[in-house]
Design a protein around this ligand. Structure first.
Ligand code: DC
Length: 210
């Protein structure tokens, strides 16, 4: 079984994906890590974040073991990820590794922006997770402040709006809900309630198939 979970930044999709992966015993890939690592590696190498050729080379030779988890979670890494993710050659370089992961025996859960539309259009279950931009900004702001990053909530809100716009408007694999995705709005939901909804959607598909 392949479960594709897409949605906006700080919508809760990563938490839902991790909890479903434990519940259903499926391997999990956070595909945003690939874009974050590409962005961070490019920044470290002093590469121009709009130079498609050198960024594609960075993406092709990526090894996630070369990165600390914390360095991939910073606001700067997120911004760089969103920029490199708009480059078709980078997306092409990262596509095969995602598809190979999805097609492993036993199934998998992947979360990202284009899993249900591009990476795994035939996924058994597709979820689209979203929440209001204000609620998402507050969540991410709390998370980053707890890690010692100093930025204002207004600044966080502006960054999120900028990233949403960039992710939605890029020409290659824009962030969009698949037509057959189940929508989960987490604006007013606790994590547990959001996970329950997601699990119910997966169980409905399992019941239909059996
Ligand atoms: O989910 P995240 O915040 O870790 O993702 C970082 C950036 O990577 C995000 O702004 C868009 C991009 N991304 C993407 O374009 N496609 C994916 N499947 C995953 C992430």
């Amino acid at each position: 079984m392949i479960i594709a979970i897409d949605g906006t930044l700080a919508s809760g999709k990563g938490t839902i994906a991790r909890r479903l992966s434990r519940w259903f015993g499926l391997a999990y890939m956070d595909t945003g890590q690939l874009y974050r690592a590409t962005g961070v590696a490019a920044l470290k190498a002093g590469a121009d974040l709009s130079d498609a050729k050198s960024l594609a080379a960075v993406a092709t030779s990526l090894d996630l073991n070369d990165f600390e988890a914390a360095e991939l979670r910073t606001a700067e890494a997120g911004q760089a990820a969103s920029k490199v993710a708009a480059i078709p050659a980078v997306r092409a370089a990262l596509l095969e590794v995602q598809r190979a992961f999805a097609e492993q025996p036993g199934g998998a859960i992947l979360d990202g922006r284009d899993i249900g539309t591009v990476v795994c259009p035939n996924a058994d279950v597709k979820l689209w997770v979203d929440a209001s931009v204000e609620v998402r900004a507050k969540r991410r702001w709390d998370e980053l402040r707890a890690k010692g990053e100093s930025l204002t909530l207004d600044n966080m809100l502006a960054q999120l709006r900028e990233r949403d716009t960039r992710d939605k408007s890029r020409s290659d694999a824009p962030m969009i809900a698949a037509a057959d995705a189940v929508l989960i709005d987490t604006t007013d939901l606790s994590i547990d309630a959001a996970v329950d909804k997601a699990r119910a959607a997966v169980e409905a598909v399992i019941a239909r198939k059996s």
